[in-house]
Design a protein. Structure first.
Length: 181
């Protein structure tokens, strides 16, 4: 159905912050997302993201490239094709979330950043105004911290980012997570 390839690159946090992070322009995308202010991993945050970055010297960026089966590429995102895309992304995000938690627990003074929103609960308690249900497992979103994903993919991983365009399965897509330390 699909194959994955994980690549990890280490960058200086101050370099990533100056060259790849644009909090305001990412926020424009976040505002259009249904998870904006409705998932504890996502903006709006009650802290300054730059101040968090500045507490850490390094950032390991995890890129998981998901290559879809050529027979599915270009399929309209409906029925089986939609299920393939959703299942693959959900599974790989969950795996990366868990891996980053494990890396965080084995490295002193580190902080994991997960791909996209937190999906540990069926519906995030932020929607109903409650506190996070699993604060020991949930983490903030890599994208929510303002990293430009297209620039990160091409500038750091030398892979052009591919998105779902015209509601069709792309050749591949990439999910990102990180570990600050
Ligand atoms: S653990 Fe549950 S309540 Fe907490 S951010 Fe994740 S989905 Fe929301």
């Amino acid at each position: 159905m699909y194959t994955t390839k994980k690549i990890i690159k280490t960058v200086k946090t101050r370099d990533y912050l100056s060259d790849y992070v644009n909090i305001n322009s990412n926020l424009d995308y976040c505002i259009q997302c249904p998870n904006y202010n409705r998932n504890w991993a996502c903006p709006v945050y009650d802290f300054n993201v730059e101040e968090i970055f500045k507490k850490y010297r390094n950032l390991d960026i995890y890129a998981v490239k998901i290559d879809f089966d050529s027979k599915n590429v270009g399929d309209k995102l409906e029925g089986e094709a939609k299920a393939i895309l959703r299942k693959s992304l959900d599974k790989e995000k969950r795996l990366l979330h868990n891996e980053l938690l494990s890396k965080e627990s084995s490295r002193h003074n580190s902080k994991a950043l997960i791909p996209n929103q937190c999906k540990l609960c069926k519906g995030c308690s932020r929607i109903t105004g409650g506190d996070c249900v699993y604060p020991n497992k949930s983490r903030y979103s890599f994208e929510g911290f303002g990293g430009d994903l297209e620039k990160t993919a091409s500038g750091i991983f030398n892979i052009p980012m591919k998105w779902v365009i015209a509601n069709k399965i792309p050749e591949y897509t990439i999910i990102f997570g990180g570990l600050l330390y």
